[in-house]
Design a protein around this ligand. Sequence first.
Ligand code: FAD
Length: 482
Amino acid sequence: MNLTRRELMAAAAVLAMPGVRGAARAAGLPREVDVAIIGAGAAGIAAARKISAAGKSVLMLEASPRLGGRCVTDVETFDVPFDRGARSLYASASNPLTELARSQQVDVVPAARGQRIRIGRRNARAGETEDFLALMVRVNRSMAEAVRGRADVAVAKALPQDLREWRNTVEFQLGPLSNGDDLDRFSTADLLSFAQRDPAASCRQGVGTLITRLAGSLPVALNTPVTGVRWSGRDVQLETRAGNLSARAVIVTASVNVLNTGVIKFTPDLPKRQAEALSHLSLGTRERIALDLPGNPLGLGRDEVLIEQSHSARTGLLLANTGGSSLCQVDVGGAFGRELSAEGEAAMIEFAQDWLRNLFGGDIAKVTTRASVTRWGAEPYVLGAMSVAAPGGQPSRRVLAEPLGALFFAGEALHEALGGTVAGAWISGERAADAALHKIAGAKAERPAAAKPAKKRRAPAPKARHPEPLPRSGLRWPNAGR
Ligand SMILES: Cc1cc2nc3c(=O)[nH]c(=O)nc-3n(C[C@H](O)[C@H](O)[C@H](O)COP(=O)(O)OP(=O)(O)OC[C@H]3O[C@@H](n4cnc5c(N)ncnc54)[C@H](O)[C@@H]3O)c2cc1C
């Protein structure tokens, strides 16, 4: 390492200079680092901060031209910051990002509590809302009973039969809205293992802004997809188009959908246990259609959140008048979200406008001044929104987090109670960093010790600081505006 540390510092300094991150490839990669990190989203940045704070050399290799992964704030299109991915910090009181936001001069503001329900062109009456809430309590009980002492099943199989006029709403609420996928595709045990996610908060400057700021001047090579990882118990070699890089440990934070495509070739292949775990995890779909609707044509309050009593899967969630502005956001997900996204931007905007017209009346298309849509499912280095485990696949999250020699995985999908969230990604990144530092310290201590008699061996391992598991949730309502 000594030989190349100077080289590394020089390259890192170039990579870290504001405004030249895109030039990282031209600057060339260092030959060696202590820890390489694949991906500069929340998990990668959290890991890089820890490695760097421990005084080890680190480099994030990021395939896309920007930091943040699924946390990105568009500050140009509308009058207020528009979070295209994550926009809520769940369980904000215990969320590690709430405290970190203060250090970055990012204002954390409470998100709207609960969500209004629209039935056709009117708001649900109090009795109707209570009926729905009571049904959700029954749904949660039914799911818990379905898996108690038995094999895990898909959520669709764990629901009570008589969901009456609320069936589509319940299915949307638990599926595409909360988890990005349809209920026949993911595990009841996984859903029940999630920590309580409310009350939530948002960031005035955007969650994407927060995550990007947290990267500070950490070394990153943008536009640098990693195509191969040669790993062993001792070290790793990474292959990129900009050259190869050796590291004493690597933390892989690419999404499970990216990993499942095989675009990163592992040599040797991942062991069966890890390969199987990966195959049980996938990303669901969550896409966002943002419309600027000046003059409040929907007649709603600031940050008001609304769902409808829907009659099909063609439905969405509205976050109106973001931060008191005229920006209104419609989220769609699951199979319907995938189909709509495949039809393209114009079809997505048209759906949102029609949906709002059916609920509120008026010519929404005519009053739309600006629009923007996300297509996370088509972003080649993300390929979806948030992770779900297939029925029976809940333990996969923990299995994938197990170290493999010098190879460590991290990312939202690896957090057993906060899967699919920024906090889960962040904590997972920190855990992987602790484990990688532990590995490096262990390796260092073992080398000189090898020449000495066994009894004199001293290999003090730093304590892994794994946070306590968060409280498990029962009822998952309200889940405003995720
Ligand atoms: C529409 C939407 C809404 C959401 N809402 C919320 C919310 O309100 N609250 C919440 O907590 N969570 C929310 N989430 C989920 C949250 O955004 C994610 O859980 C979290 O950001 C994932 O972080 P990560 O670091 O694990 O992965 P990512 O953010 O996906 O980061 C992985 C990085 O790896 C890079 N990469 C991939 N392949 C390679 C390669 N071969 N070489 C180099 N780099 C590579 C990618 O480009 C990416 O930057 C939402 C997600 C979406 C899409």
